[in-house]
Design a protein around this ligand. Structure first.
Ligand SMILES: [Zn+2]
Length: 127
């Protein structure tokens, strides 16, 4: 991934104009949707520290960093569709491929903002 590559979050923008500065912790996403997109991009780029840091601190006990990394690396992330987004809720379809099989992870996530930073808080899965 270079700055001139198209961002893996499916925004259609260059990585440098989209999620790169979030992934480098230079700036923080301003909306729940931006955070969601940047987290999808982090899966695609195997940026496990970013996933961890953007998971709400009270929810990190539900996750295992090694498992997150394994999930990120085991799949090929082929695109993100935002189905619905408001201030705190984002419904999305994350497309990925494992071997030759295509999968869709359909989730409605809730985000929380604290001290100017958005965090992934919880999610309901459709599949
Ligand atoms: Zn992006």
């Amino acid at each position: 991934m270079t700055s001139n590559s198209i961002c893996p979050c499916s925004s259609g923008k260059h990585y440098a104009d989209c999620c790169q500065a979030y992934h480098q912790f230079i700036i923080f996403p301003q909306t729940a949707e931006q955070l969601m997109r940047s987290r999808y991009g982090a899966y695609a780029l195997h940026l496990v520290d970013y996933l961890w840091e953007t998971t709400h601190p009270t929810k990190r006990n539900l996750y295992d960093k090694a498992a997150m990394e394994q999930c990120a690396k085991a799949n090929h992330w082929t695109g993100l569709e935002i189905v619905y987004a408001d201030k705190k809720v984002v419904e999305f379809k994350a497309h990925y491929q494992k071997g030759l099989t295509q999968f869709v992870h359909h989730e409605r996530s809730t985000f929380k903002k604290e001290d100017g930073r958005w965090y992934y808080f919880s999610g309901d899965y459709f599949n």
